[in-house]
Design a binder for this molecule. Sequence first.
Ligand code: G5P
Ligand code: MG
Length: 219
Amino acid sequence: MAFRAVILGAPASGKGTISSRIVKAFGLEHLASGDKLRVNIAQNTPIGKEAKTYIEKGLLVPDDFMVKFIANELKQIRSSTWLLDGFPRTIGQAKALWEVQKLDVVLNLVVPFDVIIDRVKGRWVHLPSGRVYNNNFNAPVVPGKDDVTGEDLVQREDDNPTVVLKRLEQYEKLTRPVVEFYKDKGILNEFEGRTSDEIWPKVKSIISNFLPGQKIGKL
Ligand code: G5P
Ligand code: MG
């Protein structure tokens, strides 16, 4: 069965956290633009070198670059059941995606600003997989190490307070209109909450309408 979804939300609203629960419960492919860019940066590829100049300043990478990058990543996904996280985040990207692929559902995480600021301070990530932890939430079993591989966790360079404020500003200016774009298409679902635990059951219930009989109840 085909199912194509996008997850939207401000920086640190929990897109990665909720996405990993969706993957565990429903077994679909998860493509996170930020995770893919960070792997390219770590490997010092031409894509990584270009993207780094924007990411380190908290700016969005230009649309033409991102549209090509994600189109290429999507081609490599064989399944027709996937979840995009971090793309699209401008109206230009949303229109480009819609032209080549209509979506079944868009999930928008709405988390208060004060919660977001607190979260980025304690975030740790496992770069190769994109797995995300926090000192105060889903802490790794061994501090500083990924639960699955035991490899080192790192803090993101764009999680420093100045860059986070820039990212939030970019979100308000450029990404919020994308929410309206999908509302007009009639496929937007909004989830408000201060914690991912509060939001997750509602997300699970919506996706169950599209993917019945999947591994529901495991989480
Ligand atoms: P990214 O990587 O897409 P953002 O800024 O959109 O970055 P981010 O920061 O990855 O989003 P998230 O995935 O929404 O946040 O949140 P998360 O990582 O799951 O959770 C944040 C933290 O809170 C974690 O530590 C988690 O453990 C914790 N947490 C979760 N839930 C709870 C809870 O209930 N309680 C508590 N206490 N903690 C919790 O993009 C990065 C950059 O790449 C470029 C841009 O430059 C961007 O700034 N980029 C693009 N540019 C242009 N176009 C695109 N499409 C681009 N995509 C990426
Ligand atoms: Mg993320």
